[in-house]
Design a protein around this ligand. Structure first.
Ligand SMILES: [Zn+2]
Length: 368
């Protein structure tokens, strides 16, 4: 068995630096309307579907597969997105066969219409097991009152009465409202699998930290990476701790995954699920890893005196958060605190009404 890594070795591993010189560039003008196609490589079409959030679109892709097409990610289950899909299937693809529906991860903007598209086209859904099982579980739980356990998770992390009532009013299990019914069966994808699509072969690369077993599709021959939410050029994917796994350390998984992506060539064309298709993978990996390390340093300094997850916001966000942003913000804050806790440089104190974290030990902050 390999020897356990020391704290410094773990951090050194996560301090990714590829000395990337190439800046990020965006070789294609994005689609100007929902459902409009932009060909980014021979037989690979990029288009967008609407999202009712501040992030107003998701990028989806169609890959030519012989006489048919493969769909990558599906969009949220709303009547508007279904109408756009009907138009694409009939007018753009002229009723051609859909051979596969590949879903990168279970989040509703990606998995939302997988079941509906399967019912419409008969194509099998391809997903990794953890993503399918997580999505299927959330779908079958349905929506209901927020469980006491969840309320306790947020109040112990520092939510005040107003934030707790926002949480309760929001309800629990809203996932099931924006994800269509799933078929019983699916095709399981595993890391390292090779999937043949037309003349191309795509290798399945697995990332984690944003979701449990996120699939990216990498075409080695042409250096094309369909990255889902595993790397985005302009925004950072949410890396969060939730009540469903309150002791999780997703930031370690996320940094491991960035490291994995940094092993690919610098001139890979990246097809992300949000923002624009881009070049400059190494540069972007560096930027994201460094931003997490900056935040880890700030959290560490702030925790010179004990802090709750909410009190650590000051080290992470410039603006004051409210509403749903509080939930996302807390998840991010705990992700950074848990990373430091697992390194042994921050300790948790559960003795009071709230969980507090305090910087401990003699860890040299300059190495973080
Ligand atoms: Zn996502």
């Amino acid at each position: 068995m390999a020897e356990a890594k020391t704290t410094l070795e773990i951090v050194a591993d996560h301090r990714i630096s590829r000395d990337a010189s190439a800046p990020l560039t965006y070789p294609f003008a994005p689609p100007t309307d929902y459902g409009e196609m932009v060909e980014v490589a021979d037989g690979i079409l990029w288009f967008r579907m609407p999202l009712p959030f501040s992030l107003e679109h998701i990028n989806l892709y169609l890959l030519k597969d012989g006489d048919g097409w493969v769909i990558v990610d599906s969009g949220l289950s709303t009547s508007m997105v279904k109408d756009l899909w009907r138009k694409i299937l009939k007018d753009t693809l002229k009723g051609a066969k859909i051979t596969k529906i590949i879903i990168t991860h279970y989040h509703p903007d990606h998995m939302g219409l997988a079941g509906w598209l399967h019912a419409e086209t008969g194509a099998p859904i391809h997903m990794t097991a953890l993503e399918m099982l997580t999505g299927r579980t959330l779908k079958s739980e349905g929506s209901h009152e927020v469980p006491d356990e969840v309320v306790s998770f947020y109040s112990r992390a520092g939510f005040d009465d107003e934030q707790i009532s926002f949480l309760k009013n929001m309800g629990y299990g809203n996932f099931s409202k924006v994800v269509s019914d799933l078929p019983v069966g699916y095709v399981r994808m595993r890391g390292g699998d090779e999937i043949k699509i037309g003349s191309r072969s795509f290798k399945i690369l697995i990332g984690s930290g944003h979701s449990p077993e996120h699939a990216c599709l990498y075409c080695t021959g042409e250096k094309i990476l369909i990255s889902g939410d595993q790397i985005l050029p302009k925004i950072t994917s949410n890396v969060s701790v939730y009540a469903t796994e309150p002791l999780a350390n997703p930031l370690a998984n996320w940094l491991d995954s960035l490291k994995m992506l940094s092993q690919l060539d610098e001139d890979v064309l990246v097809l992300p699920a949000h923002n624009e298709v881009f070049l400059g993978l190494h540069k972007r990996v560096d930027e994201i890893a460094q931003s997490h390390f900056r935040r880890l340093r700030s959290v560490m300094e702030l925790c010179a005196t004990p802090k709750t997850g909410v009190e650590a916001f000051g080290a992470l966000f410039k603006r004051k958060l409210k509403g749903f942003d509080m939930i996302m913000g807390l998840g991010e804050s705990l992700a950074h605190l848990h990373y430091l806790e697992k390194l042994g440089v921050v300790a948790r104190d559960e003795s009071g009404d709230m969980t507090k974290f305090k910087a401990v030990g003699t860890f040299d902050k300059n190495t973080l």
